[in-house]
Design a protein around this ligand. Structure first.
Ligand code: AMP
Length: 140
């Protein structure tokens, strides 16, 4: 199986079943088979791309638009207090399925779903320098 042919391709083609909560011409949204919280949903583009960095930007925008609607539905149906949107891009970032997908995860006050991540401190001047480099790269 190549990286561009994943289990999600088979879900799109309906060769593998999934609990589909939403579908249109551009995206499919279905329940994650191993939910972090019940209702944990994945929003994926139908056109294959390896991850959010490689994905067509308009498609990525549509994924986020549908994620917002799903978050509203989760809030209404589950009564959750918050929702995480996250995307793992690349193995180093925790990506395991190499087809773009956005996680939409209902959260409850004090659900302790995620350990508080370790947070570092910038060296003096490091944040200013990094900001300038990122801003310049975004302009080019
Ligand atoms: P990631 O680590 O960001 O690549 O997440 C991949 C996600 O896909 C995991 O949360 C898995 O539980 C989920 N997953 C893998 N196979 C399936 C499947 N057949 N149906 C639904 N979710 C799946």
């Amino acid at each position: 199986m190549t990286r561009m042919s994943t289990i999600f391709s088979k879900i799109i083609s309906k060769d593998v079943p999934a609990d589909i909560v939403y579908e249109d011409d551009i995206v499919l949204a279905f329940l994650d088979i191993h939910p972090i919280q019940p209702g944990h949903t994945l929003v994926i583009p139908k056109a294959p791309s390896e991850n959010g960095i490689a994905c067509d930007p308009d498609t990525l925008g549509h994924i986020m638009k549908i994620a917002q609607q799903i978050a509203k539905a989760q809030t209404s149906v589950l009564g959750c207090d918050g929702v995480n949107f996250f995307m793992n891009n690349g193995a180093a970032a925790g990506q395991e399925v190499f087809h773009t997908h956005l996680h939409v995860i209902p959260r409850f006050t004090d659900d302790n779903t995620f350990e508080k991540p370790l947070r570092g401190e910038y060296e003096s001047g490091e944040a200013t320098s990094l900001t300038a480099s990122l801003a310049a790269s975004l302009e080019s």
